[in-house]
Design a protein around this ligand. Structure first.
Ligand SMILES: NC(=O)c1ccc[n+]([C@@H]2O[C@H](COP(=O)([O-])OP(=O)(O)OC[C@H]3O[C@@H](n4cnc5c(N)ncnc54)[C@H](O)[C@@H]3O)[C@@H](O)[C@H]2O)c1
Length: 262
């Protein structure tokens, strides 16, 4: 159930959610539709994109939300469909490789989708938002971007870059009316999580939440005007512990890593 304040904040707004054919993006798109927004659903998978759009009463714009050409085509099509884009949610993400020896291609793909897709969208949208005095950029990063991800170097490193880019956008444009949120969950029950389990990544079932949990936490953060969105609130404490005692934190993480891969 959407609060009246969130409804007022996003009702009738033009919203784009990338990678929204399934998973977290789909739940975020559904929450915006529920709040009265006009929503464009993007996904690389055209079938998932069309199905999600039909089920939610949104507009499907399939395609790549990472490459320069793909992002430009998405923003063009979304502008035509919506009139104007008020909210852009950069949610599309890839898991990347596994350890140190992830391939060049896996490193490049992680940076292309998890970081450069966000940068390219902001490059096209922010100047217009500054001119009209408002716009909202949502980055779906990960708790891996504040802490780390055991076992996956490209994911951990690219998600840190996504958080850093969102911070940079917020601190550079806040006074010009640009609102930025960075969403940093731990495990969420989606196909990406199934893929992680299949690759032997240690997943603690006690901290797996639903895609709706993530979407509702985001809508609460929009209402409160919060930059850092933590669907797992305990991540705030881990983030503080990492900052205040980096050596101790690395020791603890190393112990966990050794427990899972002796
Ligand atoms: N599932 C988790 O545990 C978890 C935790 C923290 C953060 N995240 C992040 O949340 C976001 C969504 O993850 P999810 O778990 O829903 O993943 P998912 O794999 O279930 O869904 C991601 C969707 O993005 C689409 N996609 C991938 N690359 C794309 C591209 N270049 N252009 C357009 N669409 C593209 C895929 O086709 C897929 O439909 C990702 O950025 C992910 O890193 C996930």
């Amino acid at each position: 159930m959407m609060s009246q304040i969130t409804e007022r904040a996003v009702s009738n707004q033009g919203v784009v959610v990338t990678g929204a054919g399934r998973g977290i993006g789909r739940a975020i798109a559904a929450a915006f539709v529920d709040a009265g927004a006009r929503v464009v659903i993007n996904d690389l998978d055209p079938v998932a994109c069309a199905m999600a759009a039909e089920e939610l009463g949104a507009i499907a714009v399939p395609g790549d939300a990472a490459s320069a050409d793909g992002v430009a085509a998405l923003i063009d099509a979304a502008n035509s469909a919506l009139g104007d884009i008020d909210v852009f949610c950069a949610n599309a993400g890839v898991a990347g490789g596994i350890g140190l020896h992830s391939t060049e291609k896996q490193w490049a793909q992680a940076f292309n989708v998890n970081v450069m897709g966000h940068v390219r969208a902001a490059q096209l949208l922010v100047p217009g938002w500054v001119e009209r005095g408002g716009g909202r950029f949502i980055s779906v990063a990960s708790a891996a971007g504040l802490l780390t991800m055991l076992g996956s170097a490209p994911y951990a490193v690219s998600k840190h870059a996504a958080v850093a880019f969102a911070e940079w956008l917020a601190l550079t444009y806040q006074h010009l009316g640009i609102q930025v949120h960075v969403v940093c969950p731990q495990w969420v029950e989606t196909d990406m999580l199934d893929g992680a389990r299949a690759m032997g990544v240690p997943v603690d079932p006690r901290i797996v939440i639903t895609t709706d949990d993530v979407a509702q936490t985001l809508m609460g953060a929009i209402e409160q005007g919060e930059f850092l969105v933590l669907p797992h609130p305990e991540v705030a404490g881990y983030y503080q512990a990492r900052a205040s005692n980096p050596q101790g934190w690395i020791g603890q993480m190393n112990e966990m890593q050794r427990r899972f891969t002796p």
